[in-house]
Design a protein around this ligand. Structure first.
Ligand code: ATP
Length: 330
């Protein structure tokens, strides 16, 4: 297995007039679970495909371990990619699907079947070795795709929306499984997703992209506690973005409380526009004059001590230390 620290240096991808990835710099230390997060079209998949070698960078350098892999063919990079649609060969058994790339590399049958068996064990596919892909469930097909990517002992595994085809229940299970595998293998996983909850649950490093650029990167806690821009705060969810005294700032919805605040708090009042019971908490939307609509997530017992009806006027407050000042951005 190669040393897997990945570095992108001013990596750019242009498709004609479109700049899909714009001079991106990023360092992913070996053994990191890294999630690329961002809205559709922000350049996540293009970045991944350039790392995999399925696209060639228009400019910039991609370094893996000690080597510059920018222009190497995919099979020489020490990376492997798991595709969204799995791309399994329908006429090959699970075992032969998994062993296929070893065959392409000229390994003899005994060696490639032995390796395929060890990877099948890793992802619990042993009992299905002789089945055809059409005889597998969606979750099992997904594990074959995963095993097929891992069979070459990559230094980095690239996953493009690996969970998007699964139902919500299976998605959670496979998510746990991916994290376990990444820890067990000790290699970096680079995982493209639309889902902030997926990124928060899995990542050591979250990279939030917008318009081909990295808007912010850091641990999930960093990004959630200290979003730098309104875009990041909104994209991560659970935040209010307001402008008070000319200063854009964000405060988490779960940091807002009902009633008058004391020292070092910000107090506002407004009309209750929405009340949603969510079990452990109640979500209120309060239309304030000074800061527009504020969403407050109030623990159930605090809410029912002073329940609100639509149209009521309510005072809310938050601690100033819970405010995060935002830098100018869309
Ligand atoms: N082969 C291509 N030819 C031309 N334009 C492309 C090509 N691939 C991607 N693009 C454009 O590049 C931009 C980034 O696309 P990319 O697929 O990297 O985004 P993404 O963040 O992965 O989006 P999604 O989440 O929808 O998959 C988009 O504007 C897209 O239309």
């Amino acid at each position: 297995m190669s040393d897997g620290t990945l570095e992108l240096v001013k990596v750019t991808k242009r498709y004609g007039e479109t700049v899909a990835v714009d001079a991106v710099d990023l360092r992913v230390p070996a053994g990191t679970y890294c999630c690329f997060l961002g809205p559709s079209g922000c350049g996540k998949s293009s970045t991944l495909r350039m790392i995999a070698g399925h696209e060639i960078a228009s400019s910039g350098d991609i370094l893996l371990g000690h080597g510059n892999i920018t222009n190497l063919p995919p099979s020489k990079r020490g990376t492997a990619m798991m595709f969204q649609n799995y791309a399994l060969f329908p006429h090959l058994t699970v075992r032969d699907n998994i062993a296929f790339s070893l065959k392409m590399r000229g390994q003899d049958k005994a060696a490639r079947y032995a390796k395929a068996a060890s990877v099948m064990e890793l992802v619990d596919l042993g009992p299905f070795a002789d089945r055809m892909p059409a005889q597998l469930s969606g979750g099992q097909q997904q594990r074959v795709a995963l095993a097929r990517a891992l069979v070459t002992d990559p230094g980095i595994l690239l996953l493009d929306e690996p969970l998007s085809a699964l139902d919500p229940f299976l998605r959670l299970r496979v998510r746990t499984e991916l994290k376990r595998l990444q820890r067990e293998l000790g290699i970096s996983f680079l995982h493209v997703t639309h889902g902030q909850d997926e990124a928060m649950a899995l990542a050591d490093l979250v990279v939030i992209m917008k318009d081909g650029k990295i808007e912010q990167s850091g641990t999930p806690q960093d990004v959630f506690h200290r979003p730098r821009t309104a875009f990041v705060a909104r994209f991560m969810g659970g935040h209010n973005v307001v402008t008070l005294e000319g200063q854009p700032l964000t405060v988490r919805a779960d940091r807002i409380r009902l009633g008058q605040g004391g020292e070092a708090t910000r107090t506002l009042s407004g009309e209750v526009r929405g009340v949603e019971y969510q079990g452990a908490s109640v979500t209120l939307v309060i239309a304030t004059q000074r800061a527009g609509e504020i969403t407050a997530v109030i623990p159930e017992e605090l809410y029912f001590a002073a329940a609100a009806e639509l149209g009521d006027t309510r005072t809310i407050h938050w601690a100033r230390q819970d405010e995060v000042v935002l830098s100018a951005s869309a």
